[in-house]
Design a protein around this ligand. Structure first.
Ligand code: PLP
Length: 395
């Protein structure tokens, strides 16, 4: 491990975290209600009642040694079976416990997957804008992130750019749909085209190219839009999932990796996932939450609050003169900065106690990300501040 690199990662917080910490400081100074914090993706939909009740039941009625004890390294077989059953019911697939590895959220799913699937020096294509930590995780796994910008008009994949980025060094391609930060959902047409291009590249380069599908927002979609389940389209798929957003449990650290049974030699790929989990010390995800999943894997929080927030914020900001692609999923609005320098715009927004994340770290300049997983009340109270900010640009 490169100690200097670790030191510098430790010293330099992400822009999102930086703004979040600034917000906490500001809240202590002027009161929570006076800061409009849209910085971080901390879900505010309440945890489902059934999940809370199950956690209480586990803690009060079950044998503590069993509940708090180590499970097997990839996670309890009962929890993994329950997750597989839920996926099979919803997507008509044929997964079993043996295809699943439980993790501490999508972050761990991703770091394990990169370590397991990326060859030393192998390239991983990331579609920008994207979650900034992809770069950190890929580089830590010894890989090289290769950015392929999305089409800016709708944040779908630019296939020409993808085709020119693929080469014999490509180990994997990562997609994230619904997307953080753009809110875009990849259409079925896009997934089909992507699968064709990757299959063709596998043949051309005589090697396997994994598709890593990062899906923490899978259930957060609007207007009845469907998120295609990627294992049904592309054989060499590994899914990284998290319950952080769907069950509103981001601090509890629970998610999974799904190794598609369609992969030729999937057992070896699954073994590599187990090996990477072992090498990184990511074994036995928090056990109480594993046991909770045995009965609650199919639940989601009431995600309709985000649909309401989207309408409110998108409608109000576009009416004020800001422009953004209407998000189809996740809980982010990606707004075009009215000045070229998004960091300067974000600084100016701070004057009105609005915390908006400049987009540069997502791999695309000139935007800010607004996380609308906040109370409707916060959004309503923030609108006069947004209006004052708008007046500085669109008089
Ligand atoms: N991937 C994306 C696209 C995310 O937005 C996030 C968190 O916001 C993660 C991964 C990490 O999720 P988790 O909190 O489950 O580790």
């Amino acid at each position: 491990m490169d100690r200097k690199r670790m030191e510098s990662l430790g010293k330099k917080r992400s822009v999102i975290r930086e703004l979040f910490e600034y917000g906490n400081k500001r809240k202590a100074e002027i009161g929570d209600e006076n800061v409009f914090d849209f910085s971080i993706g901390n879900p505010n939909a309440p945890v489902p009642k059934a999940v809370e009740e199950e956690l209480v039941r586990l803690l009060t009625e079950r044998n503590p040694v069993e509940i708090h004890g180590y499970t097997s390294a990839p996670g309890s077989a009962a929890a993994r079976s329950a997750i597989a059953d839920d996926l099979n019911r919803r997507f008509g697939t044929d997964f079993g416990a043996e295809h699943l590895y439980l993790t501490c959220g999508a972050a761990a799913s991703l770091t394990i997957s990169f370590s397991a699937l990326v060859e030393e020096g192998g390239e991983v294509i990331i579609f920008t804008p994207c979650f900034p930590e992809y770069r950190v995780y890929i580089e830590t796994a010894g890989g090289k992130p290769v950015a392929v910008p999305c089409r800016e008009e709708d944040f779908q994949i630019d296939f020409e750019r993808l085709e020119s980025a693929l080469n014999e060094k490509t180990s994997a391609v990562i997609i994230n749909s619904p997307n953080n930060p753009s809110g875009a959902v990849l259409s079925e047409e896009s997934i089909i085209r992507l699968s064709e291009i990757l299959s063709e590249a596998e043949r051309r380069f005589g090697k396997r190219i994994f598709l890593i599908s990062d899906e923490p927002y899978r259930e957060i979609v609007y207007d009845g839009i469907k998120v295609p389940f990627v294992t049904k389209y592309y054989r060499d798929t590994v899914v990284c999932y998290s319950y952080s957003k769907s069950l509103s449990l981001p601090g509890e650290r629970v998610g999974y990796i799904l190794v598609s049974p369609e992969i030729d030699g999937w057992k070896d790929v699954y073994a590599a996932v187990c090996g990477a989990g072992r090498a990184l010390g990511y074994i036995c995800t928090p056990s109480v939450f594993q046991h909770m999943l045995t009965s609650c894997a199919g639940l989601t929080a009431d995600l309709s609050v985000y649909a309401k927030n989207r309408e409110l914020l998108y409608g109000a900001l576009t009416e004020m003169g800001f422009s953004a692609v209407r998000p189809d999923g996740a809980f982010y609005l990606f707004v075009k900065s009215p000045e070229a320098n998004a960091a300067a715009f974000s600084e100016r927004a701070k004057k009105y106690e609005l915390l908006l994340v400049p987009s540069d770290d997502f791999g695309l300049s000139g935007y800010v990300r607004i996380s609308y997983c906040v109370s409707e009340n916060q959004i309503r109270r923030s609108l006069p501040a947004f209006r004052k900010l708008a007046e500085e640009y669109f008089k």
